[in-house]
Design a binder for this molecule. Structure first.
Ligand SMILES: *Cc1c(COP(=O)(O)O)cnc(C)c1O
Length: 495
């Protein structure tokens, strides 16, 4: 084995084998030079990419085989100078970077990354703080404290709520559900942190079919199980049917219940009726959780805020910074109206890192131990945009989604299935032979191939649909117009 590897390495460019390369990083006299070179290099590559990504075809062009061929080098025995590593990396991933940072990427709810957020994210790596606790990352702890307060204010969440910066909405759900599990069972005399779930009163989750798939995994991870999820009927808009919810709550009796609501449903952006659902759930002593991965950000806009009326009554809220706020990935956020339960589910005591008393200790609220300082990019983004800038992104994206869906609906052979109430909509393409599912998938493929814009497909109420999602801060009217022209061409090329 060793022999085979050495033989391969012999074919590798000379500099990869340079033994001396390693030693140079250990000499501090070279560190400034090395860092300057490699960071300048990365900045130049990044700027070049960010410019090119707006112009070149959006879909990835390299095949898996090509990417493997370039990237799956033999495990290196010796180091390579950092600059070459970065240059090689940029060259080897070519064609394998999906252009989701493009202003005409309307696929999943992804968004781009604001300049201030990218820069703060790079600094976060340079500072290399372990944001587990306030002793290992004091400034990050303060920044998280500040961001937590800012975001509560932005999203209309009560000031008394606790929070955590997690990796994404999936982990935000898991954190919220752990807090819910603690409180619901504690109220019934059961210490879930000590005893676990075996023998505990059975938890159930009431929701509609419009819930995001991530809920199921949170239920799996926490030992609640997916069979504990009960689907309540939705009204014609897709909102939880209040009468049916009351019935399901009655049937649950004294069992602990989480009512799981949507603020911005994945496909249509719909919002449950919080004003009616929250009091009904609370009358039955249930915990209300809101999945607002992107929809909670509607609270920043005077125009769209009304969709969230009553949402402030919930017990927990999960959202993302890496969607509508245009932060880099791994920017999830959870808020909990019951700090005691939240803390009881997560707090840790260590003898080797005694937290500063006067400052929020991240580890007491988060599911992870060692973690990245996720507060810095969020802090930078909010300062760069201000409340007005965030509201502008929300309103502009929503207006553009509405224009885009309306424009597609005006083309022959198309059907609008969901007009955006915020930034999400659904359309499909009609076939003369009636096979609209095939026609829709075929059109998605053709639009992707044209490279000007990118949409994804989904199955919604038994139909294949094209999802329209606008959440990039860069998207402008001209992008919508170019997209509509490209969709028209794709339609004509198939006719
Ligand atoms: C994206 C999304 C999630 C999952 O969030 P991650 O950040 O990917 O973990 C959950 N719910 C909704 C509505 C979403 O849009």
């Amino acid at each position: 084995m060793k022999h085979a590897l050495t033989a391969k390495l012999r074919r590798w460019p000379k500099h990869c084998l340079a033994k001396g390369a390693n030693a140079s990083y250990l000499q501090s006299s070279n560190l400034v030079e090395t860092m300057t070179q490699v960071l300048d290099r990365a900045a130049a590559h990044a700027v070049q990419f960010l410019e090119a990504v707006q112009k070149r075809p959006i879909a990835a062009s390299a095949t898996t085989a090509e990417l493997r061929c370039r990237l799956a080098k033999p495990l290196p025995e010796y180091g390579t100078p950092a600059e070459s590593v970065i240059d090689d990396l940029v060259r080897d991933v070519e064609g394998g970077i999906l252009g989701s940072a493009n202003a005409r990427f309307f696929g999943w709810v992804i968004g781009g990354t604001l300049p201030a957020a990218i820069a703060a994210d790079w600094l976060t790596s340079a500072w290399d703080q372990n944001a587990a606790s306030n002793t290992t990352a004091p400034a990050e702890a303060v920044v998280e404290e500040v961001c937590g307060e800012w975001i509560k204010e932005l999203l209309g969440i009560p000031r008394s709520a606790s929070f955590a910066f997690v990796t994404g909405c999936q982990m935000a759900h898991t954190t919220a559900l752990a807090a819910a599990r603690n409180k619901l069972l504690h109220d019934r005399g059961w210490d879930v942190e000590g005893k676990g779930l075996a023998g505990a009163p059975p938890l159930r989750i009431l929701t509609t079919q419009n819930r995001h798939e991530s809920m199921l995994r949170s239920a799996r991870l926490l030992g609640i199980g997916t069979e504990a999820i009960e689907y309540v009927a939705a009204d014609k808009f897709g909102r939880i049917e209040i009468g049916e919810l009351e019935k399901a709550l009655r049937a649950a009796g004294r069992d602990p219940v989480v009512v799981w609501l949507q603020a911005g449903e994945l496909n249509t952006g719909l919002f449950d009726d919080f004003t009616r659902a929250c009091p009904v759930a609370h009358a039955a002593k249930a915990w209300v959780h809101i999945d607002g991965a992107f929809g909670l950000w509607a609270a920043t806009s005077e125009r769209y805020r009304h969709w969230l009326d009553g949402a402030e009554q919930a017990d927990s809220w999960a959202t993302d910074g890496h969607k509508w706020l245009n932060l880099p990935f791994e920017s999830g956020l959870v808020f909990v109206a019951h700090p005691v339960a939240h803390r009881a589910a997560f707090a840790q005591v260590t003898s080797y890192a005694v937290p500063l008393e006067e400052l929020r200790n991240q580890k007491d609220w988060n599911p992870e131990w060692s973690r990245r300082g996720r507060g810095f990019p969020a802090y930078a983004a909010i300062r760069a945009l201000g409340r007005a800038g965030i509201a502008d992104i929300v309103e502009r994206c929503s207006a553009l989604a509405q224009r885009l869906v309306k424009g597609i609906g005006e083309l022959p052979g198309t059907q609008v299935l969901a007009s955006p109430i915020i930034n999400q909509g659904l359309v499909r393409f009609l076939a003369k032979d009636g096979d609209h599912d095939r026609a829709t998938d075929e059109m998605i493929r053709r639009i992707q191939e044209k490279g000007v814009a990118w949409f994804g497909g989904a199955t919604w109420r038994g139909m294949r649909v094209m999802r329209v999602s606008v959440c990039n801060y860069l998207t402008q009217e001209s992008d919508v117009d170019r997209t509509l022209a490209s969709v028209r061409e794709a339609l004509e090329s198939g006719a």
